[in-house]
Design a protein around this ligand. Structure first.
Ligand SMILES: [Zn+2]
Length: 108
C-alpha cells in the first residue's frame, strides 16, 4: 500500500479524525499526530486527516497536549486499492500534476 495522500484520505474516509467532520478534501489537511517539531515522522501510524479548525487548534502539539482525542488509532491499511494507481489515465498536464499530488509516495 503506497503511503500517499490519496490513500490516507481513503483510509480515513475523508473524515477529520478529531471531530468527525467531513468538510470535503479541499478542507482537510494531513496532521502529524506527534508533530514533526517534536520528532514525529510521516508514517501510516503518525498521519491522520484533520479539518482546518482542528488542525489550527492542535497546531504543533500532540493530541494529549492539545486535549484532543483521536477517534481511532491510525494504522497501515490492510485493504487493497480498487485499481492500481498507474492505471489512471493521464489526460492532461494539469491532471498529471493533480494525480502526482495525490499519488506520490510521501517521505517517511
Ligand atoms: Zn475536525
Amino acid at each position: 500500500m503506497t503511503f500517499s495522500r490519496r490513500n490516507i484520505f481513503k483510509r480515513d474516509h475523508y473524515t477529520c479524525q478529531y471531530c468527525g467532520a467531513q468538510p470535503g478534501s479541499e478542507e482537510l489537511t494531513l496532521d502529524h499526530v506527534v508533530p514533526r517539531a517534536q520528532g514525529g515522522v510521516s508514517s501510516w501510524d503518525n498521519c491522520v486527516l484533520a479539518c482546518m479548525a482542528c488542525n489550527k487548534r492542535k497546531a504543533d502539539r500532540t493530541p494529549e497536549q492539545a486535549r484532543m482525542h483521536l477517534r481511532k488509532k491510525p494504522l497501515r491499511p490492510t485493504w487493497k486499492p480498487l485499481y492500481a494507481d498507474h492505471e489512471v489515465r493521464i489526460e492532461s498536464w494539469s491532471k498529471f500534476i493533480s494525480e502526482a499530488y495525490w499519488n506520490v509516495t510521501l517521505r517517511e
